[in-house]
Design a protein around this ligand. Sequence first.
Ligand code: FAD
Ligand code: NAI
Length: 472
Amino acid sequence: MPETFDVIVIGAGPGGYVCAIRAAQLGLRVACVEKRETLGGTCLNIGCIPSKALLHSSEVFEETTHHLAEQGIIVGQVGLDLAKMQVRKGEVVSANVKGVEFLFKKNKVTWLKGEGRIVAPPGRADQETPGVVNVAGTDYAAKSIVIATGSESTPLRGVEVDEKRIVTSTGALELAEVPKSMVVIGGGVIGLELGSVWRRLGAEVTVVEFLDGILPGMDGEVRKQFERLLTKQGFKFRLKSKVTSAVADDTGVTLKVQPAAGGEAEELRADVVLLAIGRRPYVEALGLDAVGVALDERGRVKTDAHFATSIPGIYAIGDAITGAMLAHKAEDEGYALAEMLVGQKPHINYDAIPGVVYTWPEVAAVGATEEALKAAGVAYKVGKFPFTANGRARAMGATDGFVKILADKATDKVLGAHIIGPDAGTLIAEVALAIEFGASAEDVARTSHAHPSLNEAVKEAALAAWDKAVHI
Ligand code: FAD
Ligand code: NAI
């Protein structure tokens, strides 16, 4: 008889490990399968955490090199020890992944090490028959199986990744030298965050983007201002362009770039090319075909509103299913699914999930964009407040950007917020909470905000949406 659990979660990323811990907290016997040497998934090992460690270090480097003198701070020659910076990044990752291992022990979640394959779905003969998952040659049984296997970088025909000269985000986090030049294919979140890291450390960065602007899907005004600010920082953009081939040699990479609509190709040369045109669900090796779990047209596991797949007893969450590919979205789904498995009725408000680009300045959004409200025919009001009029931002010398709040014209209910500016990723949390609680712009505006704080820009934008800002 195989060892039996109530739940087997496959994948220990933010979706899977949170689901496993919450299920164990609720009294279930839980195992989590992970093939990587460490827990934490893409996010902790090769995504959110290492990228933020390098973003932080490179930001400190740039600040020290270029922006201290203007505050009257004189330092000597600033140098770069990239090897040390990379070691620190590794230590940050290590502390985080060990933290998850500690939490597994604390909550009595069993880590099954190796690649998991679903051999048989639960409830075959009768409601009670457990499903079977094979891990490294051993079978384990469970009443419920959760697919939390995440995503991988989307490939591009003609661009062969070697993770040295032609890299995905994984290789871009590991470079041992600062490239003189870097071409980034894709002006999305990864391209702009990791492009920022290497530009700050000294690379000339050119972004080739298929569409007519960067960060598609975000607020139009934010996208335009952000592109202007990044250009001022030294980014070069080739919009409405596509890369048709990239070939590496001993000294660099030769790329062919064409207008998106077709036309004459041009050659570009770069030391390193970062391919960042999106991510796709990773469900290989799970044996989904054999058990009959259905995928949608984009290769995502099909689920209903309760994360149930087409096969009873098998569930899926996180990057492997529809929706934003974000760590906190995966976590929220993992948490909610664990509660559903014990009969509780949690709810996720997908309109209140924030998205943040951790560049300088940061870009953050939650809820609807103006473009989406227009398309849906919703009557709305806009309140805007620039950081130039915020005392704290002035004191910090960080006045680029603004807060924009969208509220329903008739009810004043907050529908969305879009921020570009210092610490936008922290500021957006207040508006996410407002949306979650169904607050009005007036509610946000009448809430006391400490002075002098960056949050006052949110208050003033809410005032502007409701009636009139005071400080502009
Ligand atoms: P994953 O984190 O991908 O975890 C899936 C795990 O399953 C992996 O560890 C994999 O090894 C394992 N696995 C797969 N198949 C099997 C199998 N058959 N058997 C055993 N194990 C298996 N999101 C944010 O919200 N904020 C950020 O700042 C951010 N930064 C990012 C930066 C980069 C460079 C990248 C690439 C991504 C970033 N993301 C960020 C996205 C975030 O990492 C993902 O949304 C998140 O990791 C998804 O979680 P998940 O649990 O669904 O899957
Ligand atoms: P993305 O979807 O954010 O951006 C991809 C960009 O590439 C788009 O602008 C798209 O128009 C462009 N593109 C697509 N095909 C192209 C082509 N052939 N040539 C040129 N451009 C092309 O994807 P990205 O940046 O790879 O990130 C993947 C996921 O990782 C994102 O969905 C995001 O959710 C997640 N992530 C989140 C972060 C955060 O929350 N801070 C940080 C990094 C990643």
